[in-house]
Design a protein around this ligand. Sequence first.
Ligand code: ADP
Length: 371
Amino acid sequence: MSPPGKSHVADDVFNPKQPTGKPSPSKVPLPLPLAAMENDDDQILSLSLRPKRFEEFVGQTQIVENLRVAIQAAKRRGEALEHLLLAGPPGLGKTSIAHLVTHEMGAKITATSGPAITRAGDLIGILTNLEEGDVLFIDETHRLSKVVEEFLYPAMENFEIDFIIDKGPYAKTIKFHLKRFTLIGATTRAGLISNPLRSRFGMVYHLEFYKPQELVEVITRSAKILGITLEAEAAQTIAERARGTPRIANRLLRRVRDYAQVKANGKITKDVAQAALSAQGVDGFGLDALDRRVLKTIMEFYGGGPVGIEALAAALNEERDTIVDVVEPYLLSVGLLKRTARGRKVSRLAYQHFATLKDQRLELFAASNES
Ligand code: ADP
């Protein structure tokens, strides 16, 4: 492993004669678990719902305020914005913020993701094409390989990169000066970002789950854009069941609209919203089938816990990362799950929630019995 700031190692040599396998930034797949739950239409709609200006971005007020100050100051000094790391569960607005910042800076954005950059050479073309003040957005920053990460250090710090041409006796190091750009990293796992990388970001912000009232605003705005009329109480119902996440709020809104069109003459009342969400397997806490499977497995197979994450993932036949990135953060935030030194435990509140579901004999409880 080469020390930070040094040229990257020879097995990752950049050879201009060889195709680099450079990913086309616009075609980089984003293998986020939640993104996978959206079909193509959903993803196109998601793009149209993305806030275009900071005024349209709901919530996260402290972060937005800090960013606006930083942007204004950078613009006055005529400098690029400092590198920015955004952390938080999927769907909370990290990509949206990256686009908003770029827009406010009057810059261009190039988007890629950690797993898409397999070799340091993949980054050379991207970095050398950036203009002064441009933004390089790297989603899933925690999944950058060590070699690529170390290659990024001098680019972030001194806006220069070293790369080695050829191997053996003909090896030559070439230094490349870059324009001053802004790296915006997004991660669902801040804990997995190494200290040397984290320390090179001038700003690090953790996005929080949204309050139902904020999600009502998101839903009302999206409904307007999509031409959907819904009663205020229906927006409230969807907001309460959206796991504190704007992307889920927008997705549920679309599912409720479909249901209303087919079963209720298009009219979205509170009752219609409730029925549509139950039909989707979403309960009063906003939990979906996978959330309930996680809780029920801990209750039924592990006596309520504690259980280690690997054992839990194996019992569920699910990816460990899906549980850690997508399921757990919300269950922890609403107090249904606890994390202890010996593993995950369900709370008394979780038992109460399941008892209520059983009492109500909700249609969705049957749906959650799939495990
Ligand atoms: P992330 O990058 O954190 O996974 P995104 O920025 O892709 O999340 O957000 C997903 C969708 O949720 C966006 O397309 C946008 O429609 C919506 N969204 C996210 N945050 C907000 C917000 N604060 N206000 C309004 N809509 C939002």
